[in-house]
Design a protein around this ligand. Sequence first.
Ligand code: FRU
Length: 325
Amino acid sequence: SEDKGKISIGFSQSISEDDTWRKSMDNTMRVEASLHPEVDLTIYNANNSTKNQISDIEKMINNHLDVIIVAPYGSDSIVPVLEKANQKGIPVIIVDRKVNTSNFTAFLGADNVEVGRIAGKYIVSMSKARGNILEIKATTDISPGVERSLGFKQIINQYPNIRKTSITAENLASLNDKFSNVLDSLPNLEYVFAFNDIIALQAWEVAKQKGKEKSIKFIGIDGLNGPDGGIQAVKEGKLKATILYPTGGSEAIRLAIKIANKQAIPKNNKLATVLIDSLNADIMSNQFDKITEQQTNIETQLNVIDSQEKKYITLYNLMKLLGFF
Ligand code: FRU
């Protein structure tokens, strides 16, 4: 960028902040950026439109940002604009969903096949490898959906006494009808593995209306901390488990800074995942609370330093004006 010493980072978020996982990703980026005074972060939200996302990235290219971070909506239509950034020599970090090109600088995200396998193994061990399970898939065309389902299938298919049915949740309204039908036709349903915690919790609500929520164990993905998150739902006994799928917000900013400083970074940057159930839910939320608290402390300290600096500059200028030096 023009301003020497400053690092300009642009982030293209695909999905609106009504989605708590997206909101958390944006927030952790803002917090991490605020801890690095040299970073100038701009977040663009495409509000669930690939077209918007492409034009947001165009803007960032035209503004010659130092690093662009992209949380892609779809995998295909975004490819040309990513290639354009690459041609202009602007480094791009892809987070969460995959894209159908290798013309980017780095990828950051948890391994979704592994996430699906963890869910599969959990159900196998709890069920002693028998029973009726339902998988609720996301729309088929997003990479986390495809990969989670693949990992889950790799495990579940090894056990002939597990009977798996699956439905696809295009949206929460269609989920209600479809899941309601499954509950009526499969009275012995024991496990539900859903694409994410929001879907798992929605299914729990539907089951509750039929008085069936206690006989089914719901497993979701994301494990957000906070009142509406998956960890809380585990504590309340709505979800049997959730698999942590970190948003990678702070890691993305740290990677971007390294790239801007010309440090070498791996092309693939894997975020850790872990299963959260009643045994570790408290530990996990305490840990997350502590991180948030420490970040707030650092932010407060940085603000104090900043205002001290401003006071000294004012004093210095005043003394200079009065002829002290
Ligand atoms: C949020 C979300 C998460 C999921 C991720 C996958 O928008 O659907 O629940 O883990 O995106 O891309």
